[in-house]
Every structure is written in structure tokens, then in C-alpha cells.
Design a protein around this ligand. Sequence first.
Ligand code: NCD
Ligand code: ZN
Length: 362
Amino acid sequence: MSVTELFDKAAAGKRVDRITIRRPDDFHVHLRDGAMLKAVLPFTAAQFARGVIMPNLVPPVTRVAGAIAYRERILAARPEGVDFRPLMTCYLTDATAPDEIEKGFSEGAWVAAKLYPAGATTNAHYGVTDIPGLAPVLERMEKIGMPVLIHGEATDPAVDIFDREAVFMEQSLLPLLKRHAGLKVVVEHVTTAETVDIVRAHASRAAGTITPHHLVINRTSIFQGGLRPHLYCLPVAKRERHRLALRKAVTSGDACFFIGTDTAPHRRTAKEAECCSAGVFGGATALQTYVQVFDEEGTLDRFEAFASVNGARFYGIELNRGTIVLERRESPVMAAVAVEDTEVVVFQGGETLPWSVGEVSP
Ligand code: NCD
Ligand code: ZN
């Protein structure tokens, strides 16, 4: 055995049990409104300094005034002493006006706009029916340097649900990237190996968020021992080879990948129903899950970039100053969070996770 090999072995054998990183941000969060907002916000706020807030309320956040009002409701719902900062987004529709987009961006009311193909997911029925027709809005965003966040799934019901992301990438995303060569694009909740490659190939101005659940479940998990509604989200989890590609992408150290948990709470009654709503509530266990993946892949030294640096750099916002500790300490996860007369089931709830969130310094 060479000296180098010996050294590598020794280094690899040294188990890291605690890391302190710059405070992270979550670039894809559904906080909802009202009682649900109040119930789920503390979990995201305990882990992340900032969150990019998805606008798919009913009705959606499409105007500057609506974004400002929603931001105020989020700030008011924060527990006492919590400094979580919501970064708002605008929901694009066929009727979105370029001037409204620019107004919100220049006034700081929102940091990005979300493109849902009409009908693609929860509350996406107000979304865009004609993406090429959105050109005037996207041209303006390109000009002012405002990112578009894309839910990348084809909506043609004839397309197999497991192929919807791949079809969207070929039919809609690649042409859009070509038409708008300087537009900043975040491909949200990447779920396939091919999308990972597309993001990498456009890394100078494109990025991808990856959820914790897509790193630990594949499509078979949804049917493990029966149908598991709490693992159903959109885009739906794919084959094992895709899960492995996602784990490689997040742990690669590449600057084009960062956290977007897509934490999407639904009431138990809406999940355990004849027609189950799409969405996984991963907000309470996000960092524990991500750090476990980095630990298992032997890349803990790369966690801070993925969690706390890459996203802020892409958005062009300053890095957080404080720190958070993540430690190898087993902790049981609560099974569910109460909301009014029902509850929201927590992703990995009821399990014991090997990593825990430690001290946060603002
Ligand atoms: C999200 C929701 O519930 O708002 N659902 C989901 O399955 N991820 C919407 C979305 O991001 O697709
Ligand atoms: Zn989402």
C-alpha cells in the first residue's frame, strides 16, 4: 500500500460527528396561509435563515400588493424571537405584465417569479398555458437579472407521469433556454439524471434545487407494502438510478445545485383521501436528512456549499452571517404536526434519525 493510500484510509477512518456551517437557506418552501402557516413556519424557521416562498396560494400571489401582504402575514406568524426572512415570489399567469414583474423586483417585493405550467401540480390551475407566449415577461426578467423558477413537468395527460419531467425538459425547457440565452433559470425539484445533466450543461446561468425526500426515496418507496400517500409529491419520485444521480449531484460540490426542500404540507385528510393531494412535508426534517446523505456519501466537507453558499450566490444575495451546528446525535422525529382539527404528517416522522440540528447562532 502506498503512503498516499494509507493517508487516505486514515483520513477516511476519522469519523466526523459535528459540523458547524454558515446558516443555510431553503430556496423552495410552501408555507401556505392562516392556521397552516402558523403551524409549519416554526419548523422551517428553526432550520433556515431565509426561505424562497412559493406563491401557489388560492388565489395565487400574482401582484406586488399581494406579495407584500403575504410577506407581512408570514412575518406576523413567526414565533417570538425568530429572525427568519421570507423572500417572496410572483406566480406567473398568461396575464402577467412585464411592468408589474419589474416593479416588484426593483422595489424588493419579490426576488423571483415561479412558472407553473397550467395544471402541473397543486394550485397550478392559474398557471401558464402558453410558455412561448410568456416571452415579453421572460425578456424583461432577463434584462433586469430576475430568476425564473420552473416547475418542469409536461401537463399533457397522455404523457406517463414518470416521464413528465423528461418530456418537459425536451419540449419546453431546452427551447426556453435557447430563446432566452441570458435568463437566470432555476429548475425546481430536479428528479432525474437527465435533468441533472441539463442543469450542469447550462450552469453559467441555470441551477437546480433538489429536495431531501428525492435523495432518500425512489418510486418503489411509494408502494412499499401498500400505497403510501405521504410519499406522493410532484414531480413524483423516479427509479433508483435517478435517486443515485441526485445524490451524486448534491454531493458533487458543483455550484449549480442547492437546497430547495419543496416542503409542501397538506392536511392528513387531504392526503389520506380518495384523491390524494401532491406534496411531502419535509420542513421539519430537512437538514437532518440532507446532512445524513452527505455523511453517507463521505462528503460532509461539501455540505456547507450546497446548504448555505450556492443558492445565495446564484440569487445574488448576501451570505448569511450566523452559524448552525449539525451533530451526530440520534433524535426521534415527531410523527405529525397539529393543524386545527387535523394534522400534517411529517416526512420520516416517528423514526429516529442519526443527525440532529444543534445550536443556531444568529
Ligand atoms: C406542491 C404543493 O403542494 O404546493 N406539491 C408538490 O407535490 N410538490 C406544489 C409543487 O411544488 O409541485
Ligand atoms: Zn413546490
